[in-house]
Design a protein around this ligand. Sequence first.
Ligand SMILES: NC(=O)c1ccc[n+]([C@@H]2O[C@H](COP(=O)([O-])OP(=O)(O)OC[C@H]3O[C@@H](n4cnc5c(N)ncnc54)[C@H](OP(=O)(O)O)[C@@H]3O)[C@@H](O)[C@H]2O)c1
Length: 329
Amino acid sequence: MTTLRWGVLGAANIARKQVIPAIQASNNGRVVGIASRDKARAEQLAQTASIGHVFDDYAALLASDEIDAVYIPLPNSEHRAWTIAAAEAGKHILCEKPLALTASEAEEMVAAAERAGVILAEAFMYRHHPVVHTVLEMLHQGVIGELRVVRSTFTFNLSNEGDIRLSAPLGGGALMDVGCYGVNLARLVTGAEPLTGCGIADYGSSGVDESFVGALRFAPDGRAAVVAEVDVSVRAAGGTSYELIGTQGKIVVRQGFKPDANEEGEIQLHQHGDVSRIFTDAVDQYRLMVEDFGKSVLLGRPLAYPAQDAVANMRVLDMLRTAAEQARR
Ligand SMILES: NC(=O)c1ccc[n+]([C@@H]2O[C@H](COP(=O)([O-])OP(=O)(O)OC[C@H]3O[C@@H](n4cnc5c(N)ncnc54)[C@H](OP(=O)(O)O)[C@@H]3O)[C@@H](O)[C@H]2O)c1
């Protein structure tokens, strides 16, 4: 097998705008099937995205011999059930972030994939961008001294009051939708898991946290503690930046999680009162993510980020959610 045959569960916005085009442009995959609760919607998307086969429903797609791997861009509440169903059908799975509603759900999903001998990955595209690799290398080289503070923000204004992000039953909320990025980044740059954390949320009339501030403390082995702040909102003007502050300087990435695929990646290095800029290639990080997944399935290479990472990420989201709920009482 040289080309991975992908199926997509649901005609989701993220599938239509980013991930299906990324797979169709990739060097090792092709979307060959799509299923939707609304067949007409799937047919329309199939036509615009050159997808050959429209299935009657998600289960029919999973039952097909023509599909090797599925991409799951369903509401967060649906990730667990459909990932497990896909694993049991023998399909490899790229599931949207956050992988599940809780760490225990994520563990069940990882166990199901292991039992079935299929690959499972969480679709955190940002960490496939060369900016992230360069930042990690800079930290490793001690360019900013010892890392002490991580600060990230991911905010935007929802335009649709019917959005899945405002639905508690569907697993909405700012922490789940975008807080998962800041948590993932903090874990990635510290190379550690937080020992303690607290959170404060603003809950909207929808019942979900519409803005959230999380604080985490990491104590990486043999190194000084690092504190991280994760600011997110679905009711604030757009921003996706992060800052890594060390004892001798600061790294700033202004387009942190969703850099424009047509622009070079940019990292600012603040040192001794000067600011220098480091540039990386303009890339489609979604394409790099699906190609990494494809290499893992087709060539047996380890994923850049194993599914177990998603379980650890969910543990931190559980901790922050619980802390904010306690603070609310
Ligand atoms: N990595 C990224 O950059 C990124 C960006 C945005 C979103 N996401 C993630 O992708 C997932 C989908 O987000 P989205 O913004 O694309 O959502 P969306 O446009 O609302 O799509 C979700 C899809 O799920 C299907 N679905 C199944 N059960 C549903 C239900 N009960 N209610 C609503 N939809 C249901 C629908 O497809 P059919 O009706 O066609 O079956 C719907 O189109 C979420 O997990 C989100 O966190 C990731």
